[in-house]
Structure formats: structure tokens, C-alpha cells
Ligand binder design. Sequence first.
Ligand code: WTA
Length: 659
Amino acid sequence: MAGNLEYMSSESFENLSYEDRTFAPTAEFAANANAKSDIYELAKRDPVAFWEAQANNLHWDKKWDQVIDWQLPFAKWFIGGKINASYNCLDKHVLEGRGSRVAFHFEGEPGDTRTITYGQLLTQVKKTTNALIELGVKQGDRIAIYMPMIPEAVIAMLACARLGAMHSVVFGGFSADSLLARIQDADATLVITADGGYRKGAPFALKPAVDEALKGKTKVKNVLVVKRTGQPTEFDSGRDIWWHEIVDRQSDQHEAQFFDSEQGLFILYTSGTTAKPKGIYHTTGGYLTQASFTHRIVFDLKPESDIYWCTADVGWITGHSYVVYGPLINGATQVIYEGTPDTPSKSRMFEIIQKYKVTILYTAPTLIRTWMKWGDEFPNSCNLSSLRVLGSVGEPINPEAWMWYREVIGSNRCPIVDTWWQTETGAIMISPLPGVTATKPGSAMKPLPGISAEVVDDEAKAVGNGRGGYLVLTHPWPSMMRGIWGEPERYKETYWSRFNGLYFAGDGAKLDKDGAIWLLGRVDDVMNVSGHRISTTEVESALVSHEAIAEAAVVGANDEMTGQGIVAFVILRGGIESASGEQLVKQLRDHVAKEIGPIAKPRQIMVVAELPKTRSGKIMRRLLRDVAENRAVGDSTTLADPNVMKLISEGLNSAKSED
Ligand code: WTA
């Protein structure tokens, strides 16, 4: 763990003046809000009873015998309860007369659209479940899903859940190698994919990456392929099956079985501080309780009238909790969009808001900053007056972007909820509540009711107001991860060993003078690029797997647009000419894209003769970050060779590259 608080001292505190700017809810919003101001007090008085009340909003075939079993660091929730995730998302609504409500307005990138009601979604999920049964899928199996953002991705997830099989969704932007590693780690037996999807105005292929991945040793028996683009696709007739050929002919009857509350629901891989991604493992009852509760109060969802749009892909946790499980349990009507924000024009997303009269928008700071850069004329050309709540997730939102979001997108009318959480936490943990919280631009404010977080120093002591430290969670919560798939020791070591008995999130945070929480970014070797978590070690090992590279050090440097940008320092193997500079840099960037995925391509690669190391051989990334961020290099007296930094600084700009 390379956490150090040094970097938090200077630039991160520049937002101090924003501490004094608050935006209180209007009386009208407060009067109609789902959250009432006494909710914090209620939860504090009896957190167990509070979560029990939230769980009671779900359909249980049998209620639990015990709310929580906490054997640090392993928690179980709603023990003995029987529940089915798919039933709660679909059957419940249809049985209660909401079958004709729209679940999804799907907008494909080329402009094709589909409207799917809860009744239709249930039928599709039942048929797909029957197809999975025909393919031999059973409770407890792991199914890899590698899809574009189309309704079948959601249908596939819910069909797995309906059977008690666990989905492992792999973001469609990951490479064949990354997909293979995830398939192998979870011993997946089926892959659900598509021929391709649409991005930036053109079809892209997905199936070839699956074919490539499956050249590795796996337990995969079949590949189920949705026809999305119709592009020529190679087929292995013994293994591959078109979705429409098997799903369409199935019966539309399927009665959901109810599983134990602690039945595994999914695995979702995320970057850790080592090269091997962690399979974050979630179960059912507690996860669904917190995902649906937070979705209802943080977004103030009114299912009869709201049109909710979360722009996340199902390949990330935000897509799991706030496109699939939370909103569907709450009976929300949603928009999902397949493509990129600038196709065919930079107004695309604003046109979608206008077209469907979106009322709640949940997106990421990277996109907000991109919109800011493109200019106000694009949002201003559309009618955005339907919007009433705006959300942000994935990385710290800078106050300037927050203010722009409020003024230009929300016309100073909509409360903003800056929501802090992680793949590991499963659901939102820290966020304002619209109608209750007076917000500050750039602050996630305070833990939700029923959640307890603190900011502590190196000795795990609370830092108090006005100071920075490490963000920790002090009590178990229903949607917490149940472990790292197959690696219980790594789970303890990663999250619970830094501060005894406390969950360490890996983030730095500051409490302002009023006790509001300001997130300051990661303090470990995890970078956050456009809201995507990528570990420095993962990129380093991708780089050194290239024949020209002897050694590599990677740092995340501040980036105006993407939050952080990946900057790599590499040492060439003997005999490789560094004169081949530009071409080599391009090769290396492509190599990283092939090994991990395009999202991990370094922004900048510098070829250096030496890396700054301590006498014990540890790379001093702090110094490299100084170089990458164009700062005077900090204290380098502990370096084995103090001249190294001088050489590196002089070589700066020698190998910049553009995408
Ligand atoms: C960061 C995404 C500041 C943080 C839901 C965390 C944030 C990591 C915020 C988790 C926020 C997420 N403000 N930072 N509102 N939300 N983060 O697992 O560093 O993809 O640890 O989950 O994103 O990323 P993950």
C-alpha cells in the first residue's frame, strides 16, 4: 500500500472557498421528496431495524431469521430469507398490474429504437432463462457476459439471476486477454456476447475477441451470440449458438425459484494494486436491499412520472446497481443508449433528454467536463426543462464542473447528488439526499442513513473537521462485497488490514469545517481514468510483456478532462534503439490496448535510462508523478542514485504522443 497524504496538502485544498457555498433544497422539492429530514435520526437509533425495514420493501418467499451475521470481515445479511432477484425486478411488477409500464426506452447509436414494457421484459427473460436451462446452466454456475449496451445485456443478467447462476459481466471495451483471464478466474461455462455493437458511427466487432479468448484453456461449453450489427461473424458450429435461434423458440413460461439471501448474484472484476484483477463477489438479499433503497432516496424516484437515465454501461458496477437492479426493483422507466456522446453530433445526449423528457440524469464527471469543453451551445440547443435531479459518480467532481452541471444542464433548478461508492460497496454510500441536504459544489456531503464512514489518520484516529486523511467505513452494510472470488486472504489483506477492523476504501478524503466530506482521489496505486479504475501495476506488466521493454513504471497524472491520465516511464532492453522513439511509443500503446483494452492506453510514454528507486529497490512513483504533472521534483534524497531524476526531467517531452 503506497498511500501517503503528502499530495493532499496543496492543490487538493484549493476548493476551500466552495465550502462556503451551499445550495439548500427548495421548500417545494423538500415537501415532495422521498427522503425526509428525520431519516438520519431514524437510522441512527436502530440501524438493524432500519435496514430490516428497507428489506421489507422487497418480495421474499420466506422472511429472514436473522438480519446480520458479522464475523469481521465477513458479513451475511437477512440470513434464512428466500429471494429471487429477477422476480423482484419483473414478476412483482407484472403481478401487481404494472406490466404495461415501459421499463426501457432503448436508443441505438444508429438511431434505431425499442420500447420494452415490464411485461415484455419478463417474457424475454423467461424465454432466455429457458434457453439457459437447455444449455445446461444450473444454480451456482458462472456465466460471462460480454456485450454492447443493448437490452439483451440486461435480459441476460436477469436470466442468470433467475436461475441462481452468477453473471460476470466483462466490459465490451476489454481485450481478448482480459476477457480470458476473467473467464478462467471464475471458471465460466458459458459466454453470452453479440456479433458487435455500434460506436462512433460504425459497427465494432465483439465476437472475434471471444473466439480469440477461447483459444485459451477454459471450461466454456457454449457461446450465445446476439445478432446486433449483422456483420460477417465466424461461427464454431459445435460451440456457438445464435441467441434468436435458441431463445425465440422457448416457452414463455418460467416460474422463478427462490434462493437463499446469500446466494451469489454476480462477480464483477475490478483493478487492484496488483496485475491480477479482483473478482468482487456480491450476493443477493443485502445487495438488492441497498441498491433499491439508495436508488429511491438518492434520486428521489417517482416511478409513475419519472424518466430516469443512467449513462453507465452494464459492464461497470454503476450499470449493475443503477441500470439493472435498483431501478427495475423500483419499477422505474429508463432510457438506455448504446453509443458515444458525439455521434452523430455533440448534441446527441441532449437530444435524447429532450426526446424522452428525461427527469433524472446520472452520469460521470468526465462526461460533464467533456460537455463543458464542447461548449454551452449544444445543451442550449435542446429543451432540458424536464430534468429535475442530476447525479454524478465515478471520480471526484471538481467544483467548476459541478457548477456548470448545475447552471447549464440543470438551469439552477435541479439538486445535484454527488454519489461516492465502489464496486466493492455495491451501492451508494456517501451522497446528499435531494430535498434534505444543502449541497456544496464538489462535496459528496455525508454518509447515507444506515451507513457510517470516517476520515482517519495513519493511526486510524478520526482527523476531525478541517483536515484530510483516509476514508474508512466503520460498520458493515447490506450491499458490501462478500469477498474476492476464490481469494479470501486477499480480501482481508486488501480491505481490512490497513486499519484494524475498518474497511479501507483506498480513497483520500477531507472533512471541511462543517464536517462535509470531500473526496480527494485514490491514495494507492490505482488510477482513475474517466471513472475507470486501472491499476498502475496492470499497465506496467502489460508494458514489460512487450519485447522491447525491460522495466516500466506507471503513474496517474492529473488530467483536465479524464481526471487522471496514464503516464508511463519505460526502460528499453539492451540492443533496442531508443531512436525508434515515436514508432515504438505507438507500438507500446497499441500493445497495452491489446493486453488490457483501449481504456488503459497510456496518454504519454517516456523512454528513460533509469527509474528513480530507493536503495531497497522500490520505485518512487511520487517523483515520477511530479515529472508527469510538470512540477518541481520533490525530495529525492532517499534515491539510490540522485542524478536519475535530473536525467528524467531533462528527457521530458521527448516522447509525448497523441491518440
Ligand atoms: C472513485 C464506481 C469521488 C473512488 C461507483 C472509488 C469517486 C472508485 C466517486 C470506485 C465520487 C467513485 N467522488 N470519487 N462521487 N465515486 N469514486 O469501483 O476513487 O468503478 O474508490 O465504482 O471511484 O470505482 P468503481
